[in-house]
Design a protein around this ligand. Structure first.
Ligand SMILES: Nc1nc2c(ncn2[C@@H]2O[C@H](COP(=O)(O)OP(=O)(O)OP(=O)(O)O)[C@@H](O)[C@H]2O)c(=O)[nH]1
Ligand SMILES: [Mg+2]
Length: 140
């Protein structure tokens, strides 16, 4: 396994991606942030389709996501595992990007993550939200 610090988040946008990109956003009560996540990923990846998988949110997550341009699916079975199962059952694409709806991940980092997948170098890339130089606290 290779690990590489995501220090250069400003990698240039991918000019053309040979296939359909689906951005998948699992959401449970993310009304305050989901619209911005949807619009930022649309801006970074203009050809991508953005999907929000809402899971019985008690706030206006679904409406906010729809207004921002996402296609919204509702999963009744509660839990992120059920939602991820529904994503892969329902969405057909060539490249799948899964991000959180709470704005955790910097959208401009997506090009750096996508590039080795698009080029066929790797099948999957996982971005870490922890900085490469960060240290975990330990109680030991
Ligand atoms: N659809 C669905 N999404 C969920 C569920 N639980 C969490 N999510 C979503 O999964 C993403 C990650 O969840 P978070 O609660 O932020 O998990 P985390 O990032 O590990 O935890 P924090 O550090 O507290 O933010 C967010 O977009 C959540 O809305 C769920 O039961 N159903
Ligand atoms: Mg989170």
């Amino acid at each position: 396994m290779s690990t590489e610090p995501l220090s250069d988040l400003s990698a240039p946008q991918l000019q053309s991606v040979p296939g359909r990109i689906a951005v998948l956003i699992p959401c449970y009560n993310e009304e305050p942030t989901v619209a911005q996540v949807v619009s930022q990923f649309s801006a970074e990846l203009p050809g991508a389709q953005i999907y929000v998988f809402d899971n019985n949110s008690s706030d206006q997550t679904a409406a906010a996501a729809r207004r921002a341009g996402a296609i919204v699916f509702s999963e009744r079975r509660q839990g992120k595992g059920y939602v991820v199962q529904a994503m892969f059952r329902r969405i057909d694409a060539d490249f799948y990007i899964m991000v959180d709806g709470d704005g955790t991940y910097p959208p401009d980092a997506i090009h750096r993550l996508l590039r080795p997948v698009v080029s066929g170098e790797v099948d999957m890339v996982i971005g870490s939200r922890l900085h490469a130089d960060s240290q975990s606290r330990s109680n030991k």
